[in-house]
Unconditional design. Structure first.
Length: 312
């Protein structure tokens, strides 16, 4: 069967590529399905400072390119397609995509996450016209502009710091009275003369004509609303799992994160999940890699059992 594989991996970020490296080294025929360019969210990060082995940090795109080349060297086949649904049968699992259907003994879900939205007036209207969810993707387009970043975690602070390379000014807005980002990031942001902070406030609307021209900001204490002129808004308020296609197939929590055991096994036989789509404490490249390696080993044991070649 041309479309039959030992293992299919859905998602080409750090978790998926790590899984592919391990399954292909285990000589399992491996297909990786990725709807865009392999690399995932890590590839959109300007500087990754906490991945072991790179004391000076490394650009996210460069790191993920190394992952992809390494997976390819061991034989992972990558197809650019969007997953539509997953259908488990008695012994096989079918991955249905917009480029056709593929069958496998074992499926590894590594679809990562997507940015959370504010769901306020103007967000859809001005997306791509001032509203963005990725500073490294779009930051250079806002040279000498007044920009706003929303959020208080690592991602938001990293976005604000990155934008200072291009922007005239960056205002970071957070609904609480202090940041919850890693301390060293907080220190860097607070010391940066281009970054201003507005605390205990929320954006209620984005306005403009052909492009966004500003935001309406509500003070959570006084309830007063004021206009803040700006030419760019970068929303970084967290992530949500990219798992809608798995509804009714595996057990998930209320937010849609896949629930697994310590071996990345889901509630459905033959399906494993790893990386940011899985319910866990820490969402980082290094933990995604560990998840991917664990899922790959669990898959290898599962496939060998099904083929009757397990080492006993």
């Amino acid at each position: 069967m041309l479309n039959m594989f030992d293992v299919i991996i859905i998602g080409g970020g750090a978790a998926g590529l790590s899984a592919g490296i391990y399954t292909s080294r285990g000589r399992l025929k491996t297909l990786l399905i990725e709807k865009g360019i392999p690399g995932g969210s890590a590839a959109t990060t300007d500087l990754i400072e906490n991945y072991p082995g790179f004391p000076d940090g490394i650009n996210g795109m460069e790191l993920m390119d190394r992952f992809e080349r390494q997976a390819g060297r061991f034989g992972v086949e990558i197809v650019q397609a969007e997953i539509k649904s997953v259908k488990p049968t008695k012994d096989l699992i079918e991955a249905r995509t917009d480029k056709g259907n593929f069958s496998t003994f074992c499926l590894i879900v590594a679809t990562g996450s997507v940015p959370k939205r504010l769901n306020i007036p103007g967000e859809d209207e001005f997306r791509g016209k001032g509203v963005s969810y990725c500073a490294t993707c779009n930051g250079p387009l806002f040279k000498d502009k007044a920009l706003v970043v929303i959020g208080g975690g690592d991602a938001a602070v990293e976005e604000a710091l990155f934008l200072t390379r291009f922007a005239k000014s960056v205002t970071l807005i957070h609904r609480r009275d202090r940041l919850w980002a890693t301390k060293i990031l907080q220190e860097n942001a607070l010391a940066n003369p281009k970054i201003d902070f507005i605390w205990e406030s929320v954006v209620t609307e984005i306005f403009g004509n052909d492009k966004m021209e500003g935001i309406k900001l509500k003070d959570m204490k006084t309830k007063r609303v004021k206009d803040i002129p700006c030419q760019g808004l970068f929303i970084s308020i967290g992530i949500g799992p990219n798992t809608k296609f798995l509804e009714g197939v595996v057990r998930m929590d209320r937010e849609g994160y896949v629930i697994t055991d310590e071996n990345m096994k889901t509630s459905c036989e033959g399906i494993y999940a790893c990386g940011d789509c899985r319910k866990k404490l820490l969402h980082q490249v290094v933990t995604a890699c560990g998840d991917g390696a664990t899922a790959a080993m669990a898959c290898q044991l599962h496939v060998e059992e099904l083929k009757g070649i397990a080492y006993k």
